[in-house]
Design a protein around this ligand. Structure first.
Ligand code: ZN
Length: 40
């Protein structure tokens, strides 16, 4: 899983695929991929 972050409001979501839109600010721009420090 990857961590995605909204560039507008900073909402973070962990998902396999890039979210289509931000559920928090409703922005449809690209989520940025954020490297999570999950299990290695
Ligand atoms: Zn957002």
């Amino acid at each position: 899983m990857s961590l995605w972050q909204c560039p507008i409001c900073g909402y973070e979501k962990e998902a396999r695929c890039k979210p289509r839109k931000c559920p928090q600010c409703d922005d449809k721009r690209d989520f940025g991929k954020k490297e999570g420090e999950k299990k290695k």
